[in-house]
Each structure stands twice: as C-alpha cells, then as structure tokens.
Design a protein around this ligand. Structure first.
Ligand code: HEC
Length: 187
C-alpha cells in the first residue's frame, strides 16, 4: 500500500472511531435470557470456577466410559482409533513424547470442561454434570491419579493434583516472545 493510501486509511479509521455508536435502538433483537446465556456459559477455569453442582465417582464412571467412550478411546483409555487418554508418563522430555490427559494436562478441571463441551464426539453436551464428574473421575483413575473409591464434585475436582502440573512455564522464557497485553490475540 502506498504512503498516501495509508494516510487516507488512517483518516478514515480515525473518523470511524470518532463516530458515536448509534444511540437510538434499531428495534432489532432482544436481550438474551438468563437461561439462554447459561446454555453457552459452560467454561470451567483452571481453579474450578464455573464447575456446576453435582457429583460422580469412579464406579459410575466405569460403566459410562464402557458405554460412551471405549469405542473410540479403547477399553482402558489406551487409544485407537482416537486419542489415548492414558499413559505416556515420563515421556514428555524424550524424543517421542506421548501427551495424554495423565502425562500432559496440567489441570483436572480442564478435563471436566473438555468432556462436558466436546465428548462423546458423536453426541457432545449430551452428558449431565453428574455423568461428566463420573467419567472424569474414571479417566483420572485409569491414569493412576485417583483411587477406585474417589468421588468428584466442584470442591474436590480442583484439588486433584495432575502429574504435569509444573511442566508449563509462565511467563514464556523464549527471548523473542514478549508478553501480550490481555485481550490481544495470543495474549
Ligand atoms: C466417536 C468417537 C469418540 C467418542 C465416542 C468419544 N471420543 Fe473423546 N475424542 C474423540 C476425538 C476424535 C478426539 C480428538 C478431538 C480433537 O482433538 O479435537 C477426542 C478427544 C478426547 C479427549 C482429549 C484427548 C487429548 O489429550 O487431546 C478426551 C479427554 C476425551 N476425548 C474424552 C472422551 C470421553 C470421556 C468420552 C466418553 C464420554 C469420549 N471421549 C468419547 C473421539 C471420541
């Protein structure tokens, strides 16, 4: 782009920014209801904020897993045809790292979030919160992270310590990567 065009663009952008947002309502749409927002507002933070009420344990999770997950992730989470959910301990620093929930994921709360929003792959968001707690507990049990009698809820799940909890560094130590202000892409 020529310098003239760039300065024209700058003038136009400045003019656009100075125009106040239309004050008069357009008569379109309506505010989203609390129920509608709740359907989308399902993220769970690393510290457990956003976890719904409910509970589920390894025992219930075992049956659910066999019914709804094993076909894609293997009877014991070993994978095939899809991702392995179990294994890989101690491989991350090797030439052939095996990244699974057990070996790689730093937070157990992310497991809940991911299963709740995305799994089973062929029927996402079909599980109740109790079922997500249960199947999360079972995947953690398969990884040797929880005992057989463990039950998870919004209080206990954030306390689960994942083996790779300290495997991520922040801030990024690479010399050519600068911290981004919050809200920018990648920040
Ligand atoms: C129809 C096949 C299918 C079924 C059934 C299924 N999954 Fe998955 N799962 C996938 C696929 C495909 C991916 C990879 C998705 C991606 O990377 O976006 C995946 C990824 C995952 C991951 C992330 C793995 C990683 O480390 O990246 C978890 C955890 C998981 N599934 C759990 C479950 C659980 C729990 C169930 C049962 C409630 C389930 N899945 C049922 C196909 C399936």
């Amino acid at each position: 782009m020529s310098p003239e065009r760039i300065s024209l663009l700058a003038v136009l952008l400045a003019a656009a920014a100075a125009t106040p947002a239309a004050a008069a309502p357009l008569g379109l749409g309506r505010p989203a209801s609390i129920n509608e927002i709740a359907g989308w507002d399902i993220d769970v933070r690393a510290d457990g904020r956003g976890l719904p009420p409910g509970r589920g344990g390894v025992r219930e999770g075992r049956d659910l897993y066999a019914e709804k997950c094993a076909a894609c992730h293997g009877a014991h989470g070993e994978g095939k045809p899809m991702d392995a959910l179990v294994g890989g301990a101690g491989t991350l620093a090797s030439a052939t790292p095996v990244r699974t929930v057990g070996s790689y994921w730093p937070y157990a709360t992310t497991l809940f979030d991911f299963i709740r929003r995305a799994m089973p792959f062929n029927a996402p968001q079909s599980l109740t919160p109790n079922q997500v707690y249960a199947v999360s507990a079972y995947v953690l049990y398969l990884n040797g992270i929880l005992p057989q009698d463990a039950v998870l809820d919004a209080k206990t799940l954030p306390k689960v310590r994942m083996p790779n909890r300290n495997g991520f560094t922040a801030p990024d130590p690479r010399p050519d990567v600068k911290p981004q202000p919050a809200g920018t892409p990648g920040g």
